[in-house]
Design a protein around this ligand. Structure first.
Ligand code: EMZ
Length: 391
């Protein structure tokens, strides 16, 4: 338990360096990363895919690098235009389904059921017993597979490539790859209306996708939206536990929920940064960078850039202008963002309708270390007592 600040306070460790130099440096498995901290540089670099590539060795744009635990290229995440454009066109209709009425009704039911489970208990460890379950059960909707599948995914824990004390866990990664290979095999023998089958039979540039490409989309769908969603859900609960007046405001002004989601996501920035590989000698932030080195776009720092955000270190729940980059920026912006936003909306609505207050009993923070920066990204554990709302 950290008694110096509130559980839901997430400081900005980048401020000073962002304002002075604009970038920081991080060592990572002999492949250092130059972290870009200013919103303007982050946007410009994200846009310039010719010089700052995503289509590098699979795993290399992730920090910490996953090159040693992964061979499969994640699609469309590790692909540059023009192929990227065609993959996106193929995937986007499916990943926009969370906006449909029927999908939302299922999400409402799912959140409501989960809240009923926790409301009957004295206290709940929110990361493992709520956020992980919500993320996994909601993923069955995105994949369009039976809800029981989520039980296996829940057993994998919060990150599919990382385990406690181990930033990269090859054994764990192998479980995911084998699982996905199996599901693809089953879908090819017995196709249905799930994402695996849809991908296996889709048309991409006049041909079918290879199994490796299908696997690339599926690995991304499992890995990319896991700890990020879990952190966003957990941190939002911590925030509303410590700000009951905001929970009440959401109850009275449900039309505010969209803005509240954007602001919580800006403030918490569930994914600290994402890398690019430099394709030619160039300059960033008045600093020379060499071809074949790595830079990263630090979403978490950019979101606190005082040049764009007034009171950047405060949660302004109904913030009017909020061009945050928590879902990335430009053509690689998060494919799962529609799904993630809907989960959070339904969570906030569900909480405001069913919960009168939440008390944090105990917690253990999840602090990432990036060179000289220490950034809180969420919690390893947080115990919360939920009090039911009765009219
Ligand atoms: C990759 C990444 C995608 C990576 C948007 O982020 O998320 C990370 O959690 C995974 O480890 O493989 O999918």
């Amino acid at each position: 338990m950290n008694n110096n600040r509130r559980a839901s306070q997430f400081d900005d460790p980048f401020e000073e360096v962002r304002e002075k130099a604009g970038f920081g440096e991080v060592a990572d498995q002999d492949d250092p990363v130059m972290m870009l901290l200013r919103l303007k540089d982050v946007r410009k670099t994200a846009h310039n895919w010719k010089t700052f590539r995503s289509g590098a060795t699979p795993g290399r744009i992730v920090v910490p690098s996953e090159v040693n635990i992964r061979e499969t290229r994640q699609v469309p995440f590790e692909v540059d235009p023009p192929e990227h454009t065609d993959y996106r066109a193929l995937l986007e209709p499916w990943f926009r389904r969370p906006n449909e009425q029927a999908y939302q009704e299922k999400l409402t039911a799912l959140v409501s059921e989960l809240l009923d489970e926790v409301l009957h208990r004295d206290k709940v460890e929110v990361v493992g017993e709520f956020a992980l379950k919500l993320q996994s059960r909601a993923l069955t909707l995105l994949l369009n597979v039976p809800m029981e599948k989520s039980e296996t995914w829940i057993s994998w824990g919060t990150h599919v490539f990382r385990s406690e004390g181990e930033a990269l866990d090859a054994g764990k990664a192998a479980i995911l790859y084998d699982y996905i290979d199996n599901q693809i095999e089953n879908a090819s023998r017995n196709p249905g209306d799930d994402l695996y089958s849809v991908l296996l039979f889709a048309d991409y540039q006049g041909r079918k996708l290879t199994r490796e490409e299908v696997k690339g989309v599926m690995v991304l769908t499992f890995a990319g939206g896991r700890d990020t969603v879990i952190n966003a859900v957990t941190n939002s609960i911590a925030y509303l536990a410590e700000h009951p007046e905001h929970l009440e405001r959401l109850r009275n002004e449900p039309e505010m929920v969209g803005k509240a989601v954007e602001e919580l996501v800006r403030y918490f920035a569930p994914l600290t940064h994402m890398g690019r590989v430099v394709s030619e000698d160039t300059e960033v932030c008045s600093h020379a960078v060499k071809a074949d080195t790595r830079v990263s776009l630090c979403w978490a720092s950019a979101n606190r850039d005082a040049g764009t955000f007034e009171k950047p270190n405060e949660v302004v729940l109904d913030r009017k202008i909020n061009p945050h980059v928590s879902f990335g920026f430009s053509h690689h912006n998060c494919l799962g963002a529609t799904h993630a936003r809907q989960i959070l909306r339904h969570l906030l609505v569900g909480l405001s309708q069913k919960v009168s207050s939440m008390k944090i009993r105990n917690y253990e923070e999840n602090i990432e270390e990036w060179g000289e920066f220490r950034r809180k990204v969420g919690f390893h554990k947080i115990e919360v007592a939920f009090e039911a709302f009765t009219k």
